[in-house]
Ligand binder design. Sequence first.
Ligand SMILES: [Zn+2]
Ligand SMILES: [Zn+2]
Length: 324
Amino acid sequence: MASIGEKAVCLIAYHLFFMLFVWSYWKTIFTLPMNPSKEFHLSYADKELLEREPRGEAQQEIFRRAAKDLPIYTRTMSGAIRYCDRCQLVKPDRCHHCSVCDKCILKMDHHCPWVNNCVGFSNYKFFLLFLAYSLLYCLFIAATDLQYFIKFWTNGLPDTQAKFHIMFLFFAAAMFSVSLSSLFGYHCWLVSKNKSTLEAFRAPIFRHGTDKNGFSLGFSKNLRQVFGDEKKFWLLPVFSSLGDGCSFPTCLVNQDPEQVSTPVGLNSTTKNENHLFPAKTLRDSQSHLLTDTQSWTESSANNENGKVVPKGMSNPALIMENET
Ligand SMILES: [Zn+2]
Ligand SMILES: [Zn+2]
């Protein structure tokens, strides 16, 4: 039998993991997803104009004008401005329309039935911590239950109903540990590459073409985008992600649009030695967002040929709109 000291350590550890698990789960469930700010919505005049203009190219002209001063770098597959018909807004980079929530969600990762909420910019850190702490919780239970689980099979336990609880508890904890560790591992990889689940399935398309690492700034900066600059908040489910969810630094920000002439569809070479980091940090871009329009106003006429390109890979498991 375990000593008093061992029991105390187990009790404290158990409740610590349990509390952190419930706290992060709670925050993931009840943190409302963030929607694009009003700057991204079409003006009333533009909406009226849109109703009168059924033609594609004229509509694109309206979207282009609306997006002119917005910090937007991504495009649809055909090179057009990303626009949400349902919400009537120009979609910020990394924003997608969730068909379950029926809203545009900033930096949408996926709609999660386990938390009955969209996982996106506002709660992605909580979701990661929820995975981490639930995994830790399950591993702790499986590890402390293991010796009794072995005794169950070697007839070392008293012959009561309670011994079946030991067996079921171990199976449940072990099975959740396996599935949670694979999901948690996958999301750790996504964070290290600064990708959302949606972007891992379909790479974002920039003005110069598809770039699966377009938002990656290097491991350390990628980590800080989600967890923030202050290490003391990293392990707690309090919001500390960098940025405003509407604009994201990309390694391509400072490239001269004139020199970026790779056709749509070709992968760019962001991984070579010429990898450019933005001169603006996220904090800078956040504070200047939409006030310092000069820095965002680049020629947006590149690649806007309005040509319809066949739809690329799509994943039926993902609840998001398709863009052509
Ligand atoms: Zn929408
Ligand atoms: Zn959703």
